[in-house]
Design a protein around this ligand. Structure first.
Ligand code: GDP
Ligand code: MN
Length: 396
């Protein structure tokens, strides 16, 4: 689960990581009130208005702007809230902005060049250890740094038994070229950062930029945080951060029905029982020259009610031009699934794309008969390949 920047910063701050302070606002008036409050709390004169969406590169898309007075705060917040923000990480339609984070300006005006670093914490799946990845080249795309100046990216692996050790924190501060008070502050920063990552069961922290202010303080200016979904049950406070507006509406609804649905770009809707069979089905569709529109695992009990919900979700995607149902009847009997498909089809009354059903396993022959005699625009198939070929034929 991804967090908004403001949520990520709250999490970091609760573990003693210094952050650029901010207050979230839902509209322009709230933004002005937030700015006034921040000036009172921090003495900041200027403010930075930051769109809160689950996508990076907001600065490039016009989602991060500096306001030099309260009129500008109001104007900029009004512009950003409600806009469809397009960044290098969103689709061409962009992401609707529902709220902004009003921040203190930490790039003190008139100061010498602020120093920006890149620090992330993530899991190295190769050896099952967390690592801290960091670079002196903060504030820009880390992908570009990796491509053009890979020697400027460092990694530090952390032993899960010990956590981050003091010498590792010092090494990081040293490699970032720091000295004096900033060096000391960086060791505190990375230690707290790693602890926050570990204790929150996160799978990614990406802080870009980490800033060194002119008075030698190290702070997180941005925060991209991903929490491991499988650990959310023991982090009720973090689970409450979930923002359904940021997620695919069909996927959210499928989840509420206990269905595993993942939206994809193709035109062949898939309804399959079992995740492995679903993957194999998608492969076969591709091999036959088609593109799956979704991954959908309806699970073990593919009864009429579930099949109907699945149909409904698949058809919500206007790109779907055919549906392939691929069910293996192991525990569930094929004839019952077939009856479920027929009932759901009749019940819905508005299915206008061809359906290819492949049922294999217990009572497959009875199931085939039911489908073939249903009088509906549903084709049956016994073999896997035959099903994929029929899908291709109807699309051609
Ligand atoms: P991203 O573009 O989505 O990664 O959003 P960031 O939070 O990283 O902000 C983008 C850029 O805005 C940063 O790289 C900074 O250069 C700039 N920025 C952020 N905070 C401040 C600030 O307090 N003052 C000024 N002048 N610029 C800021
Ligand atoms: Mn950033």
């Amino acid at each position: 689960m991804n967090l908004h920047e403001y949520q990520g910063k709250e999490l970091l701050s609760s573990f003693g990581v210094r952050i650029q302070r901010g207050i979230v606002a839902q509209n322009a008036d709230e933004a002005v009130a937030a700015a006034k409050q921040l000036t009172e709390d921090t003495g900041t004169g200027w403010h930075v208005i930051k769109a809160q969406v689950h996508a990076g590169g907001r600065g490039k898309g016009g989602g991060v702007k500096l306001a030099k007075n309260l009129d500008q705060v109001k104007e900029i917040a009004g512009q950003i809230i409600g806009m469809d923000l397009v960044t290098p990480q969103t689709s061409a339609e962009g992401k609707r902005v529902h709220q902004v984070l009003v921040c203190e300006d930490v790039y003190y005006p008139g100061d010498s060049e602020p120093e920006e670093y890149y620090i992330s914490v993530l899991l190295n799946r190769g050896n099952g250890r967390n690592m801290i990845m960091y670079s002196t080249e903060g504030g820009m795309d880390i992908e570009t740094v990796a491509e053009e100046t890979p020697h400027l990216i460092f990694t530090e692996e952390i032993d899960p038994a010990t956590g981050i050790l003091p010498f590792q924190a010092r090494k990081i501060a040293f490699n970032l070229g720091l000295s004096g008070a900033a060096f000391k502050d960086m060791t505190k920063f990375v230690t707290a950062l790693y602890t926050a990552y570990d204790k929150s069961d996160s799978s990614l922290f990406e802080i870009n930029p980490v800033l060194k202010t002119s008075d030698d303080k190290i702070m997180a200016v941005d925060a991209k945080v991903t929490i491991d979904d499988n650990a959310l049950f023991r982090h009720k406070d973090l689970a409450a951060y979930r923002d359904l507006r940021e997620e695919n509406a069909i996927e959210v609804e499928a989840g509420q029905h206990g269905l595993n649905y993942v939206d994809l770009d193709g035109n062949v809707g898939c309804m399959v029982n079992g995740a492995g069979l679903a993957m194999a089905t998608m492969d076969l569709i591709k091999q036959a020259g088609g593109e799956p529109a979704n991954f959908l695992d309806v699970g073990g009990t593919a009864d009429a009610a579930r099949v109907e919900i699945a149909f409904e979700l698949i058809l919500r995607d206007p790109a779907v031009k055919a549906i392939l149902i691929n069910i293996f009847g192991g525990i569930v009997r094929c004839d019952r699934v077939a009856q479920g498909v027929i009932d759901a089809y009749k019940n819905m009354g508005n299915i206008n794309v061809p359906i290819i059903v492949r049922l294999q396993g217990t009572n497959a022959d009875i199931a085939k008969e039911l489908i073939d005699n249903s009088g509906l625009d549903v084709m049956s198939a016994t073999e896997f390949q035959e099903a994929a070929d029929k899908v291709q034929a109807v699309l051609a």
